[in-house]
Ligand binder design. Structure first.
Ligand SMILES: *[C@@H]1O[C@H](CO)[C@@H](O)[C@H](O)[C@H]1NC(C)=O
Length: 216
């Protein structure tokens, strides 16, 4: 596998800490005040207009999205169109000439209630518009039943190793796209499940941390 993805139940709403990590041998990050996340937009049936909040950290290296309508359902009474939803994020980024960045981590929080027989799968595909063929996709699943039958909040953390880092074009603005999809499948037509952020105390948020390297 080209990546690692971790999915853990959590007992309380997590408070993720934004971080920029510089491994040994990498260039120091440029002055964060020179990094600009120029704008952020989104598209997809999981994030209709007006349902997403976007927050950029003061140092402009972390973007946090909050989703109000990124909700999937499966089971008796639900339209089959409810079992998969996607939300693609588009980040218009400006960065100092001479540096590139790589996506290194993203973290998701949400709520899942899945009967035995239901599986929920998360896919996140990262690519730059300037090189749409170079993509990195993470995939991780929850098998229903057990603790998930009664409902749990969860944290999903993607960590993409160096070999599969995707880098922004050198010395240019870049548009980073992150296509997130949640899909529910069932082996039992009587079973039901949902993966949703529709919970008063746990927001389904995504954080994209940016890592920098010097252009060659
Ligand atoms: C199918 O799901 C229903 C509802 O969760 C459950 O009562 C039933 O035992 C399940 N059937 C099988 C064969 O697992």
């Amino acid at each position: 596998m080209k990546y690692a993805a971790f999915l853990l139940p959590a007992l309380a709403a997590a408070s993720p800490v934004a971080q920029v990590v510089a491994p040994d041998g990498w260039a120091d990050a440029p002055d964060p005040t020179k990094i600009q996340i120029v704008s952020a937009s989104f598209s997809g049936n999981g994030c209709p207009q007006g349902s997403v909040s976007t927050t950029i950290s003061p140092d402009k290296t972390v973007v946090t999205f909050g989703f109000d309508r990124f909700q999937t359902y499966i089971g008796p009474g639900f339209n089959p169109t409810e079992k998969t939803k996607n939300c693609q994020l588009h980040l218009n980024l400006k960065y100092p000439t001479g540096f590139q960045f790589a996506v290194v981590e993203s973290t998701y929080h949400g709520y899942a209630q899945l009967d035995k027989g239901i599986t929920g799968t998360f896919y996140s595909t990262y690519y730059f518009s300037q090189d749409a063929k170079a993509t990195t996709t993470t995939q991780t699943s929850i098998a229903g039943g057990g603790i998930w039958a009664s409902g749990q909040v969860y944290t999903k953390a993607d960590r993409i190793p160096t070999a599969s880092y995707i880098y922004s074009p050198c010395g240019a603005n870049g548009i980073l796209n992150v296509n997130n999809r949640i899909a529910l499948t069932s082996t039992n037509s009587s079973a039901a499940g949902e993966i949703t952020n529709d919970d008063a105390t746990v927001a389904f948020t995504q954080q994209v941390n940016l890592m920098w390297r010097a252009c060659k």
